[in-house]
Design a protein around this ligand. Structure first.
Ligand SMILES: C[S@@+](CC[C@H](N)C(=O)[O-])C[C@H]1O[C@@H](n2cnc3c(N)ncnc32)[C@H](O)[C@@H]1O
Length: 288
């Protein structure tokens, strides 16, 4: 496997850590790969396919990817460095961050969204209902550091070398009629039984709920009937909660395969977080 690219956005629910487990489970002969819930784009950017469609219903995120696709690495880095000076951004300067946030919310310059994620608390991307970015400052924690810069450069270089299409639709509104048997759809939706800030429907974008979950499972069944291959990431069990929709769906479709994802313990000592992971059954479900 060639070196894996990590999204420059530290994305909640990002799959970079488990890519070594899920990529080998994908087919080797993909014409178009559809990353239906692209998020940090960790999966689509690393997949081997003739074309990649990145979709996510957070339009500002997709606008950012389009900007990274269109512009050179050099121009982008220069622009970022100029803006860091202009807004006097640092790990300490909360005022500068607030002015940057206000400026982004007024003008929606996609690269300013990237800068905001660099300096925001936990590098989060979150909007309010008026689609105003509202993550607080990541004081003494977040900045545009060398790791982020290197991830950005590697991500852009890879992006410039692939055929990529970006769309900002709700998954159920994306036209998939054109998919053929050599194409492949990967679905990494918000997990119904765990939390993510993009889940709750109060963020200016459609939230994730039981109706969405059932619609997605139905969509995957339709693809299966058309002979289109898919893979779905999800969590079957989290602590004492089970995803009964998913379990029922799997019972109804005994031809689908369940691949268990092994917990990742790298870079963390044993703590409550790991106890949570032990209680979580994360899977990749495929129809091939
Ligand atoms: C678990 S994250 C994907 C992470 C991604 N696979 C990665 O590795 O970086 C789920 C994504 O689904 C998006 N999403 C939520 N509801 C959606 C919907 N109805 N249609 C399309 N995308 C949606 C969220 O904005 C979020 O980015």
């Amino acid at each position: 496997m060639s070196a894996l690219i990590k999204s420059p956005l530290n994305y909640t629910g990002g799959k970079s850590k488990i890519l070594p487990q899920i990529l080998p489970l994908f087919p080797v002969d993909i014409d178009t790969f559809v990353d239906l819930f692209a998020g940090g784009a960790n999966v689509g950017i690393n997949v081997n396919a003739k074309q990649v469609v990145f979709n996510d219903n957070i339009k500002p995120l997709i606008d950012l990817y389009k900007t990274l696709q269109k512009n050179s690495v050099e121009k982008t880095l220069k622009y970022i460095e100029r803006k860091i000076i202009e807004f006097d951004l640092s790990e300490e300067n909360v005022e500068g961050y607030h002015i940057l946030r206000q400026c982004y919310n007024e003008h929606n310059d996609p690269l300013l969204l990237f800068l905001l994620t660099a300096y925001s608390f936990n590098h989060q991307i979150r909007f309010n209902n008026a689609i105003q970015y509202n993550v607080p400052f990541g004081k003494h924690r977040s900045c545009f550091n060398d790791t982020m810069k290197n991830n950005l450069v590697a991500f852009m270089n890879k992006l410039h070398g692939i055929k990529a299409v970006f769309t900002a639709k709700n998954f159920d509104e994306l036209d998939l009629d054109w998919l053929k048997d050599k194409d492949f759809l990967y679905a990494d939706p918000p997990y119904l039984i765990t939390t993510g800030t993009y889940n709750d429907g109060k963020r200016g974008f459609t939230g994730w709920n039981e109706t969405q979950e059932l619609m997605l499972l139905d969509l995957l069944d339709k693809l299966d009937r058309r002979g289109i291959r898919f893979a779905l990431s999800n969590v079957i069990k989290h602590k004492k909660t089970e995803n009964k929709f998913l379990l029922d769906w799997l019972k109804r479709n005994p031809n689908y395969c369940i691949h268990n994802i092994v917990k990742d313990y790298t870079n963390s000592s044993y703590n409550v977080k790991n106890k949570d992971k032990e209680d979580t059954q994360e899977v990749l479900i495929t129809n091939y």
